[in-house]
Design a protein around this ligand. Structure first.
Ligand code: GRG
Length: 324
């Protein structure tokens, strides 16, 4: 899945390149050590999906982005980056974006405080963009935290419900994608009904994106993921493929004996293979398809035909290459 290609709006590729120096300079302090920490994951790459959604919503790929639109794109990527810094501490991760994670390279304390620093930089940029944007980002940050706390609370619970799962992913992933679209649409000066349509699009695409991520955690390789596969399972995060497998009478008895505790490599591989054999991945892709379809329903209100088409193709790209 290549979001920029899927959107099919070549001008956005150029606009995204303009985000990079701003992103770097927004977290550069002049202190060599702190700069190494704050730029570590920016330099490592990443898809820049949230800036892309923001700029697509703002410009429809039809014109150069304004300075404020580029700043909006930077502010959402900074919140995303901060969440990765903190998430990797929580997960004791060692790899992110195919490089050593910040916590592993610099230690937990530095990773947490540097994550806070990225949030502070995002807040300052958002404040500059006005109270509506600043309020939106603050509310989104709260939603991320709510989603994450709800996920941590249900860790290792085989009784986790689907409602708990959907509510957690709506907060931890979809909320920021919705806000990325909304911020772009607001700064781009779109009408309110179009701003709301873009927000719904971002929310639904965010759900499909996380469902995809959760399927890939079961079926992809470490190299494809840029982090160890099966990590969620090992850490007791039971996602929709796992919850579905737990409803399967042929799989559940053996799977249940493995779950409920942290898993080492052989148990993780066994649990992954059991979930992969169940209907879990297939049914999760089906749910992802429904969210992609809701995302496409939302774009009917978008006035630019090219952006409508690009958004539809991107939504489809999230589900079409899975399990083929
Ligand atoms: C400090 C903002 C903040 C939050 C604290 C830790 C936490 C609460 C929330 C975690 C949220 C989280 C990491 C959700 C997962 C979102 C997700 C799908 C990440 C991967 O996104 P990609 O694939 O990553 O777009 P790249 O590397 O391409 O940018």
């Amino acid at each position: 899945m290549n979001a920029t290609k899927a959107l099919g709006l070549p001008r956005l590729e150029e606009e995204l390149k303009r985000v990079e120096p701003l992103l770097m300079s927004s977290v550069t302090t002049g202190d060599g050590f702190l700069d190494d920490v704050t730029t570590h994951l920016i330099a490592a790459g990443g898809k820049r999906l949230r800036p892309l959604l923001c700029l697509a919503a703002a410009t429809a790929g039809e014109r150069d982005a304004t300075r404020d639109e580029l700043k909006g794109a930077v502010s959402v990527e900074l919140v995303h980056l901060a969440s990765l810094y903190h998430d990797d501490v929580i997960d004791e991760a060692s790899v992110r974006r195919n490089v050593e994670s910040v916590n592993s390279r610099f230690g937990n304390l530095v990773a947490i405080v540097a994550g806070d620093y990225l949030l502070a930089r995002s807040a300052a940029i958002a404040a500059d963009l006005g109270t509506e944007i600043a309020g939106l980002l603050a509310d989104t940050l709260a939603r991320l935290c709510e989603g994450q706390v709800s996920e941590v609370r249900s860790a290792f619970q085989v009784s986790r419900t689907r409602e708990e799962y959907f509510s957690a992913i709506a907060g931890k992933t979809a909320a920021l994608m919705a806000t990325s679209c909304r911020i772009g649409a607001i700064i781009g000066g779109l009408a309110r009904d179009e701003i709301d349509a873009m927000t719904t699009y971002g929310q639904c695409v965010g759900m499909a994106f996380q469902l995809r991520d959760d399927v890939l955690d079961i079926v992809a390789t470490n190299g494809e993921l840029g982090k160890p596969a099966g990590q969620d399972l090992a850490e007791g995060i039971y996602t929709l493929p796992v919850l579905t497998a737990l409803d399967d009478p042929d799989i559940a008895p053996e799977l249940t004996t493995l779950l409920g505790i942290g898993l080492g490599r052989p148990e993780r591989d066994k649990a992954r293979s059991l979930v992969a054999q169940s209907r879990g991945p297939f049914e999760t892709v089906e749910v992802g398809r429904r969210y992609a379809s809701l995302a496409k329903d939302a774009v009917s209100l978008i006035s630019s035909p090219d952006l409508r088409k690009g958004f539809e193709t991107f939504a489809d790209s999230l589900v079409e290459d899975l399990l083929v």
